[in-house]
Ligand binder design. Structure first.
Ligand SMILES: NC(=O)c1ccc[n+]([C@@H]2O[C@H](COP(=O)([O-])OP(=O)(O)OC[C@H]3O[C@@H](n4cnc5c(N)ncnc54)[C@H](O)[C@@H]3O)[C@@H](O)[C@H]2O)c1
Length: 326
């Protein structure tokens, strides 16, 4: 009875969590339509290729594998696309997710860990680390769709749940052949590396006039393996009777865009070509997590620093150039 249903398990964070589940003695059962995931990233259990909104498919998976819990990663993740096509995001990230939760509950899944995001907070009204009590005020349809899914999950009285609000996921597990390969790639660290390795003409930097020490925006980068271990901690919290919670997953430390670029250039051994652009609408100067709740309730702490994030990402990209499909 160790099966865990992993929707979106062929994606970036899901595949690293499958590795952590495997190491912790669980069997991941991946449900992914491969719209953005990769077959090569599913290494530790069966892959069922299909849509999480397909009620009959989810029922048949539950009957066959009798999962004791679900970790729900499957979603579309591009903020700018969500602004252009909000319906696509509400349909997949909220409506299909709500249907999935309903089906899972009716099939006897009693615990769910959900991939939420710092985007549920929108633009913070202060410069301090963000706590779970901060205002929930997403400023784009992506954030709205994730907040709506959090609420839909909490409505399922038969399921106890943890909503994990990730800050900036980054890094890789090159020793396990896993890394970040989004298409399109919108995240800072892989984009620095892709520009550094000549796979993109230059790195685009949006805003160098923020009210921060070096003028670039500050974010909280958390190693994907620290996110993965938090999912195991959340799962075990729920399996031992923990109640519904939402908690932040970040390191509590902020790094500016320029400092991340410097760390990556050091690792690459050379400078990266850069183009500076004006700030993007809706990009706040500083987003850093207060992670005290996750530390206390989940008995979890992040273990990796920025230099380990960057070195693991560079190593994975160098070994897997053909997997970053540009
Ligand atoms: N990457 C980040 O920095 C970050 C930050 C905050 C939150 N999140 C959340 O974490 C989760 C995973 O993000 P990721 O970076 O691994 O993204 P990803 O795109 O690599 O993984 C998402 C996976 O879900 C699958 N999928 C999407 N819709 C599906 C559907 N209807 N049915 C079945 N499979 C479907 C995709 O094929 C993909 O494999 C998402 O829910 C995202 O909102 C990510």
């Amino acid at each position: 009875m160790n099966n865990i249903l992993l929707t979106g398990g062929a994606g970036y964070i899901g595949s690293h969590t499958a590795l952590a589940l495997h190491k912790a003695g669980y069997q991941p059962i991946v449900l992914d339509d491969l719209s953005h995931g990769h077959e090569w990233a599913v290494k530790y259990g069966p892959l069922v290729r299909g849509d999480m909104g397909d009620v009959e498919l989810v029922r048949s998976i539950c009957k066959e594998y009798q999962p004791v819990a679900m970790i729900h990663f499957a979603a579309f993740i591009e903020v700018s696309e969500s602004v252009r096509d909000p319906t696509k995001y509400m349909n997949n990230n909220y409506r299909k997710a709500a249907k999935l939760f309903e089906t899972a509950e009716s099939e006897g899944i009693r615990h769910t860990v959900f991939s939420s995001t710092a985007a549920v907070y929108g633009t913070p009204q202060h410069d301090n680390p963000i706590t779970e009590n901060d205002r929930l005020a997403p400023i784009n349809p992506y954030g709205e769709s994730k907040l709506a899914a959090e609420k839909a999950l909490r409505e399922r009285v038969g399921i106890s749940s943890v909503a994990l609000r990730y800050f900036n996921a980054a890094g890789a597990a090159p020793e396990s052949g896993l890394g970040e390969a989004h298409d399109p790639e919108t995240h800072l660290i892989p984009n620095i590396i892709l520009a550094g390795l000549g796979r993109k003409p230059a790195l685009n930097i949006f805003g160098a006039d923020y009210p921060t020490p070096d003028g670039t925006a500050i974010r909280d980068y958390i190693h994907v393996l620290d996110l993965a271990s938090a999912h195991i901690a959340a799962l075990e919290y729920l399996l031992t009777g923990g109640k519904n919670i939402a908690c932040n997953l970040g390191t509590g430390n902020g790094n500016s865009v320029k400092s991340v670029i410097s760390a990556a250039e050091k690792e690459l051994g050379h400078e990266v070509p850069k183009n500076f652009h004006p700030r993007r609408a809706g990009d706040p100067p500083r987003l850093v997590a207060d992670n005290a709740l996750a530390k206390k309730l989940l008995n979890w702490s992040p273990r990796h620093n920025l230099s380990e994030i960057v070195s693991s990402a560079v190593a994975w990209h160098k070994q897997n150039m053909e997997k970053t499909n540009l």
